[in-house]
Write a protein that binds this ligand. Sequence first.
Ligand code: GTP
Ligand code: MG
Length: 195
Amino acid sequence: MIFPGQASFRGSFYEIAQLPNISLPQVAFVGRSNVGKSSMINKLLNRRNLAKTSKAPGKTRSINFYEIGGKYLFVDLPGYGYARLAASDRKAWKELIEYYFRQTRSLKGIIHLIDIRHGLQDSDRELINYIDQLGIKMIRVLTKSDKLNRKQQAAVAENIGRELDIDSRNLVIFSARDNTGVKELSRKIMELLES
Ligand code: GTP
Ligand code: MG
């Protein structure tokens, strides 16, 4: 593991008024509900259960902070695109997340997770537009790559690359199950944190 020191939980926050302003350099993990955000954080930090994971989508409803070696922060954002969520909950999600993106000066970038089986969904496109407008850097990751073979993985990456007009080699292919892409992603995140 390339991240320094011990990782520790720094709290869960549900409302704008509660959000602490932590000035440590940080990255946030964003993506649809159930895409594998919490599993990714655990894998990167080599901890089994630091971030809570679940088979039931919509599990993480709060913003969760994890401090790494007193130096950096990983931020687990609640997932979007969960169909069964009430409109009022969706609005609350949006306000909380947008406040976080706008107000966090030490946010170095976001890690955008896309399920390799599903590709880009409209909710992902909305997020990408929003993040681009704010000028926040983004690392794009295709998750759960263990679910597809190499050829299928490459085809999805090609498609997404074409749609976003980026080189598909910039998409990180990742699996928390078989460790694909863990080193590559860790390196990219470290680069962001130190930028
Ligand atoms: P929410 O907090 O609900 O938005 O979900 P999340 O994005 O944090 O996803 P989480 O890490 O809780 O994982 C959701 C489900 O996907 C769990 O059942 C995980 O075991 C599974 N999962 C996560 N990563 C992988 C992976 O790389 N491969 C496979 N096959 N399953 C995965
Ligand atoms: Mg989660």
